[in-house]
Ligand binder design. Structure first.
Ligand code: VTB
Length: 328
């Protein structure tokens, strides 16, 4: 039997293969639902619409699926909670991480880069983290040696080392950082070092992906902290497109540490790399809600609705951009 790059058998690989398009349907439908709420200033309705549409479409997929990164805990919410069984129940056993509306605020304000995101892996393939947990993250392209940056080094040391590896002066390096008060010192440090800082208001799944695609985006490195679920989703994407990332969970309360422990995280200080966050055969799909750098948003035409989706798979490293027209 031929073994896949991810070490899984060919049969399993072929099962996952047919799921690629199924996932596109799921993220497309959620994005179309969320798009109705673009620019309406109502984050909750936008999120609810995406969640319900995603859950309904996921139920139709032929998988024995389980939500491992969801919208919240069982009992707290009705749809897409951690541990929820999704899919028809027949088919491969898979784990699913969702962010039905990444950048809810962006959607409510009709600003760029609001997307629907979903990742699927073989059972046990995705790190289980709760929605309210944060993660320190650092990400760069696949083309660098593994020791060029390290999450425990200072930002200054990391960008210096990156510039040297790239063979350019520091002023030609661009870092992408979430614009948050908690990053004031980091941004200041980066500015003093001389690098350019691209600030984003939300959406660090796309931010990490951009840092791994420097030739297309001009972004060399992602730095800072953001949601841990978004970290796992970004890692799933990097498994497919290539790229390096390290993540460290921020378990700053006893309650978070205990909850993480129950979810299987025994070493609170562990540094995760891409394959620790998302392993085995991994599928990743994202559909644009508002126009953005990664994807176009939903276009409402007279007769149809146009969607723009990126879908990829780690086993084959295939990346597809799917533009679709849906009859109104
Ligand atoms: C990020 C980003 C999200 O939350 O993870 C961020 O990807 C986490 O930081 O789009 P804050 O809690 O400080 O916002 C979002 O911006 C929103 O979920």
């Amino acid at each position: 039997m031929r073994l896949s790059k991810a070490g899984s058998g060919r049969d399993a690989a072929n099962l996952h293969r047919t799921l690629t398009l199924e996932l596109v349907r799921v993220t497309e439908r959620a994005a179309i639902a969320a798009a109705e709420w673009r620019g309406k200033g109502d984050e909750k309705s936008a999120d609810d619409a995406a969640v319900q549409a995603m859950q309904a479409e996921l139920m139709r997929v032929q998988i024995d699926g389980r939500i491992v990164i969801g919208e919240g805990e069982a009992g707290e919410i009705d749809h897409l909670y951690i541990g929820e069984a999704v899919g028809s129940g027949e088919g491969p056993q898979v784990d699913i991480a969702v962010d039905p509306l990444e950048g809810v605020t962006l959607c409510a304000k009709n600003q760029p880069d609001s997307i629907v995101v979903l990742a699927m892996a073989e059972r046990g393939g995705l790190l289980n983290v709760a929605r309210d947990v944060y993660m320190h993250k650092i990400a760069i392209g696949a083309e660098y040696a593994r020791d060029v940056v390290h999450i425990d080094q200072t930002a200054t040391d990391n960008v210096k080392s990156l510039a040297a590896a790239k063979g350019v002066p520091l002023r030609e390096i661009t870092a992408i950082v979430l614009d948050r008060p908690r990053h004031a010192a980091l941004i200041e440090e980066l500015r003093i070092s001389g690098v350019a800082v691209k600030l984003i208001s939300d959406g660090d799944v796309a931010g990490v992906i951009h840092a791994a695609n420097t030739d297309d985006t001009g972004i060399d490195i992602y730095l800072g902290s953001g949601g841990a679920p978004e970290g796992v989703l970004a890692a799933a994407a990097l498994r497919c497109v290539g790229g390096q990332m390290q993540g460290k969970l921020i378990l700053d309360t006893q309650e978070k540490r205990e909850r993480a422990y129950r979810m299987g995280i025994t070493d609170a200080g562990r540094i995760y790399d891409v394959a620790d966050l998302a392993s085995g055969d991994v599928l990743f799909a994202a559909t644009g809600v508002t126009d953005g750098t990664l994807l176009d948003g939903i276009r409402l035409r007279r007769q149809s609705v146009e969607t723009s989706t990126i879908v990829m798979r780690s086993w084959s490293q295939t990346v597809r951009w799917i533009k679709a027209l849906h009859a109104r």
